[in-house]
Design a protein around this ligand. Sequence first.
Ligand SMILES: [Cu+2]
Length: 375
Amino acid sequence: MLSGANMLMAQTPAGDTADKPGVNWLAVGFYVLLFVVVAVVIAIIGRILKVYELSQQIHGKKGINWNNVMGFCCLIFLVVGMYAAYWEFTEQGSMSLPEAASKHGVRIDAMFLVTTIITMIVFVATQVLLFTFLFRYRHSEKRRAYFYPHNNTIEKVWTIIPAVVLTILVIFGFFTWQDVENSTDVKGQPASINIDLTGHQFAWEIRYAGPDGVLGKKDFRLTGGANKLGIDFKDKNSMDDLQADTLVLPVNKTIRLNIFAQDVIHSVYMPHFRVQQNAVPGLPTFFKFTPTITTEEMRRKVDDPKFEYLLYCNKICGSSHYNMQRVVRVVTQDEYNQWVAKLKPYLTPALRTELKLASADQNKSIKQNRLALNN
Ligand SMILES: [Cu+2]
């Protein structure tokens, strides 16, 4: 049944399912049938054992000792279960997050590792105790259960130890999270690069601050036509803002992503940088991080010349949600400078016409004409 569900949940390209309609239902049917067959086989074995027991009783012999059977089943379950847990870690562990390529990413990974180790110790200890006790103290005619209603020391031990461990984990997590989420602006260290990321169905729009390093104001009421981000051009800082298709970031510089959404909730997700932050309409959010490994270095590390960091949307925001991707490229400062110099301004000639914003030359001639009229 689990494998069937796996198959159903797997994403198949739209073309595939369109070619073979109903292919998923066949898979469901197969696994339902398999489940029924297995259930029937178990029921038949149960009946056979029952008949065997009855025939033993007729001959005056003892039937099967089910307490022993269950006791040994518990031991088998313990061994098989422990091996399965080990297999999960060794085989599928590599499918978890890729190498962290940001400063705070390393700290998040360290926290994750410590939490995993502590919970694994508790997991192994409790499972071994649980199933060995089930086996060791299975029902026997030869002994009676010992009545042991209360012990204060044991109560204290299993209350205080988990409380202390959990408190340490929560405080550790609290400080790491505070460090990740806290604005360094508050401490007087503004980010090196300021970038606007706006999510809409179904794309991310990227806006870089121009040479002044400041992003111009936005107003959702101005959104429309060529001004798809609703940038307020009454704000002088908007004039030199730049638009980009790729998120290019200089390595080892603090990046501040200002995150917006125009329709539904989206989510900025860059797994390599351990960055995830919701993009909520009407509620601007931001995330600061420092990439530490350039795309070139990562390509060598993973031995894939075509490797790219990616920015995804991590909220199921509509039918083409899967398509909300942008390439993120981490480069050296020189490469970044060269790339930024080639970016096109957000204020295109078409937008100038639409907003009835005169170009610098036109401004001059209008003034002269007015002067002529006044005269
Ligand atoms: Cu989305």
